[in-house]
Design a protein around this ligand. Structure first.
Ligand code: CA
Length: 232
């Protein structure tokens, strides 16, 4: 069962979202506030695969809900709903651990495509049996494909699903310049609707985790005008 938590205070938008997700086979948990979303999440016995969180909520905002959910589940997929004017919010959202964002207003087709793309990533990460390669070592880093964790000198670094997939792509292509578009189609899928900028915000967050000084990266190197390169 595909299970999704939807947190949106505007009834009309929430209903529109819920109807479209149900039509595509999702079991939907609905909440009209951040507080209620967290209560329902904690009361939920079954795993929640995806959370769709509006940024602007009365009381607790969507970013705080995102941060709290991330603390409980590093592997859950999280999508933020932002208004067109909230450009800066997108960046904030990624710092709190969101995987993607959808700008309002959006069509049912866009909503479903984005949720399904993230669901596929979350679901594929659960199928550990499919993995024949178990570990990839790169310098002082070890990527464990079964537990989906990254270790630096034996110390585990917590990664989101998207961050893990970017690292996996880097580790299997060391010292190779990868364009934003390569990373985007490899990690987000060929059918991704969003912008290339999502790669940069995830890289910025990864650097904070893997670099000693994220302003002077020695591992995730910027290749000007193209993208990024991994160096062990
Ligand atoms: Ca709102």
């Amino acid at each position: 069962m595909k299970r999704i938590l939807v947190c949106e205070d505007e009834n009309a938008i929430r209903e529109f979202v819920v109807i479209n997700l149900k039509r595509h086979g999702y079991d939907v948990i609905e909440a009209a506030s951040g507080e209620s979303a967290l209560d329902k999440f904690r009361a939920q016995k079954e795993a929640v695969d995806i959370a769709l969180l509006d940024v602007m909520l009365p009381g607790m905002d969507g970013f705080s809900v995102c941060r709290e959910l991330r603390r409980h589940s590093p592997t859950m997929g999280i999508i933020m709903l932002t208004a067109r004017t909230q450009e800066a919010d997108k960046i904030n959202g990624f710092n709190t651990g969101a995987d993607d964002y959808i700008t309002k207003p959006f069509s049912p087709a866009e909503l479903v495509a984005r949720v399904e793309a993230l669901y596929r990533r979350v679901a594929s990460s659960k199928k550990e049996d499919d993995v024949y390669l178990q570990e990839i070592t790169s310098g002082e880093f070890v990527l464990d494909l079964r537990t989906r964790t990254l270790k630096h000198r034996g110390v585990p670094l917590e990664l989101t699903q998207v961050e893990f997939q970017i690292m996996e792509y880097f580790f299997t292509n060391p010292n190779k310049a990868l364009s934003r578009n390569d990373i985007l189609s490899h990690v987000w899928g060929e059918d991704y609707f969003g912008e290339e900028k999502i790669v940069d915000v995830n890289i910025r967050r990864l650097r904070m985790k893997v670099e000693q000084d994220s302003s002077e990266p020695h591992h995730i190197i910027t290749v000007w005008g193209l993208g990024y390169k991994w160096q062990a």
